[in-house]
Design a binder for this molecule. Structure first.
Ligand SMILES: [Zn+2]
Length: 250
């Protein structure tokens, strides 16, 4: 049997038997995040103050997330005007929560998938990934990694606000839409074509870039932005039109 030190009464959080954080630092990092300051920034400040090099920013972030994953949290946020159930919800893009994943790498969901996702088990699986990182011997892959997919991803809605633990994830509806979008549309503006470029798979974007004689290096977003600029040029515009609508670029 193996004994792992995971007490907190001494004021220490053990991440992986190598990196130990004081609870004080963990609380500083939590308060920093709640005041819009990233963990990496706090670490830069502490390094500059201590004139010392600390473990990599990612390692410290993982150690901090390990602490949070093992802490119990109470989420009881309620609006002073509408309580737990606002009558109107205004949606906005949470840009910091955006990450890049090639469209082509996301598997098509099972045909009977209707979008029902268990919010509790999904976020528990994310917690398990964070905890799992503390137990890996070097070079081993975390067996608890959560791979985003259409049928395995849930939004976060507070326990008092959601109707039940089963919530809707309707991302797969976009997938079906993209696939059936092969009807030529005669009213295509340059702007709309530019927007459609963002829906192309990364391979298609690279191929298109080659055909237009552009550099295919860089992220998908870099290439798409190149192509958008290149659309000012008539022949590039026609090629992009052909690729997206499969119709003649008249
Ligand atoms: Zn409100």
């Amino acid at each position: 049997m193996m004994y792992r030190y995971q007490e907190f009464t001494d004021g220490i959080h053990n991440f992986n038997d190598h990196l130990l954080l004081s609870l004080h630092l963990c609380v500083i990092l939590r308060n920093a995040l709640q005041n819009h300051t990233a963990v990496s920034r706090v670490m830069s400040i502490l390094e500059a103050t201590a004139k010392a090099k600390f473990p990599s920013k990612d390692t410290v972030l993982h150690a901090y997330l390990h602490f949070e994953a093992l802490s119990s949290h109470v989420y009881s946020y309620t609006c002073i005007n509408c309580g737990y159930y606002p009558k109107v919800v205004i949606m906005d893009l949470h840009k910091k929560g955006v990450f890049s994943i090639p469209f082509s790498e996301i598997a098509t969901p099972p045909s009977d998938f209707k979008g029902d996702t268990n919010i509790v088990s999904f976020w528990e699986s994310v917690t398990m990934e964070m905890i799992g990182r503390g137990f890996l011997s070097s070079g081993r892959k975390n067996p608890f990694v959560v791979c985003p997919s259409y049928d395995c991803w849930a939004p976060w809605i507070g326990p008092n606000t959601r109707k039940s633990d089963i919530v809707l994830n309707t991302e797969h509806a976009k997938l079906q839409k993209t696939k059936s979008c092969d009807v030529p549309d005669l009213d295509v503006t340059e702007e709309r074509l530019g927007d459609e470029l963002f829906n192309l798979k990364v391979d298609a974007v690279r191929k298109l870039c080659k055909e237009c004689g552009l550099d295919t290096k860089g992220s998908r977003m870099d290439i798409v932005l190149h192509l958008r600029t290149e659309m000012q040029n008539r022949s590039a515009y026609d090629k992009i039109f052909l690729q997206i609508w499969g119709a003649s670029g008249g």
